[in-house]
Design a protein around this ligand. Structure first.
Ligand code: HEC
Length: 178
């Protein structure tokens, strides 16, 4: 009888530890065992710490990928064409995203680029001072990666995760700081 009771107490205590761990984990990044990707507050990153997309089995995209779709189409589409497919003026970023890593991408967008001596003088403007671009640069990057590597089809992603509170906070801080 006594033994049964202490066993129950023990089980109860273990349950509490498990519950506490579960609570603690919501503050920490969770790792996807299959891909090595990590997610914190709805934002995904690669095993080596760069922003990345997530597409669930039912096609639901993470918030940042969805946001990137919108920001791309308001800031980059005019030159780079719809859905990152390119235009006669500027290259297809869906192709560029296969080749460029995050630091390279950031560098080009912030500082701009012009091919010296090219027959056509098409210029990538420096957008580093534009908060409508730079406050969403991770979003645009992960959207293009999702198109380049994640099989995200053209057009507006039909299903998306809710906007995380962290995204709201970041947005306010980012615009406030400009
Ligand atoms: C005014 C037109 C224009 C706008 C707006 C523009 N770009 Fe560009 N971008 C270009 C041109 C032209 C090039 C090619 C420049 C070159 O050949 O060096 C380019 C090149 C790039 C490259 C390098 C591609 C590669 O394959 O190396 C990246 C990355 C890029 N743009 C990202 C962006 C993003 C992201 C946005 C929106 C936030 C954007 N651009 C908005 C015109 C534009």
């Amino acid at each position: 009888m006594r033994r049964a009771k202490s066993l129950l107490t023990l089980i109860g205590a273990l349950g509490m530890v498990a519950a506490l761990q579960a609570t603690a984990q919501t503050d920490k990044a969770q790792t996807d065992k299959q891909t090595g990707k990590k997610v914190k507050d709805g934002k995904w990153e690669t095993a080596d710490g760069f922003p990345t997309f997530n597409i669930a089995a039912d096609g639901t995209v993470d918030w940042y990928t969805y946001s990137g779709f919108r920001r791309y189409h308001s800031e980059c589409h005019v030159c780079h064409g719809p859905d990152g497919e390119g235009s006669t003026y500027a290259p297809a970023l869906v192709e560029s995203a296969k080749r460029l890593n995050y630091p390279e991408f950031l560098q080009i967008v912030a500082s701009g680029r012009q091919v010296v001596g090219a027959a056509q003088q098409n210029v990538m403007p420096a957008l580093g001072d534009n908060p409508n671009v730079m406050c969403y640069i991770d979003d645009i990057y992960v959207y293009l990666k999702a198109r380049a590597e994640g099989g995200l089809p053209r057009g507006r992603p039909p299903k998306r995760a809710d906007k995380p509170e962290a995204a709201d906070k970041y947005e306010k801080a980012c615009f406030g700081a400009k």
